[in-house]
Write a protein that binds this ligand. Structure first.
Ligand code: ADP
Ligand code: MG
Length: 152
């Protein structure tokens, strides 16, 4: 397992001091979480003066949170773990981190014209300058899927 692990980190880990604006939200891993995450994005990015990034970030967060909820609810839990969301900004770009308790990596698919699903990560890739995932090296395990959203 260890050999296949992605390098730890997103642009935040490479240069933490570049991301002074930070917001964190923990959501129950239920179907309503993507809508809550969108509302959170709209409020925080407006407060940060990044109105033009609200729409793409809402799309990206919807897809990432929906995926985390689906992956979490597919497992049997005594107590269902939450989905955790971080918004980070350097004043120009937004970096989104979404943590879930599932170690399995996101698997981008090529959806055919008849497929009703399988496009979420393609949307994330299209709207992000970069995206990826990593496994936190220590507790609580799980993984973080991240995306960097820049203006044009
Ligand atoms: N957070 C995640 N945890 C585990 N697997 C994931 C996660 N996100 C995506 N995946 C995997 O990647 C696949 C493709 O995701 P996506 O492109 O959003 O399509 P869809 O969600 O419609 O299947 C999912 O079906 C799932 O197998
Ligand atoms: Mg999806």
């Amino acid at each position: 397992m260890e050999a296949t692990r992605a390098p730890v980190g997103s642009p935040f880990h490479r240069c933490p001091e570049s991301w002074p604006r930070q917001s964190h939200l923990e959501l129950g891993a239920y179907r309503s979480a993507a809508g809550s995450a969108r509302g959170h994005v709209a409020g925080v990015l407006r407060e940060w003066g990044l109105r033009e990034l609200v729409e793409p970030t809402e799309y990206v967060i919807s897809e990432l949170v929906a995926n985390s909820v689906l992956a979490t609810e597919a497992m049997q839990w005594l107590i269902r773990p939450p989905v955790r969301l971080w918004l980070l900004s350097d004043g120009a770009a937004v970096l989104v981190h979404v943590w879930d308790a599932i170690a399995a990596a996101p698997q981008p698919r090529v959806a055919g014209p008849e497929d009703e699903s399988g496009r979420g990560l393609a949307i994330v890739a299209a709207l992000s300058a970069q995206w990826g995932h990593h496994w936190p090296p220590r507790e609580p395990g799980g993984k973080v899927t991240w995306a960097l959203i820049t203006s044009a």
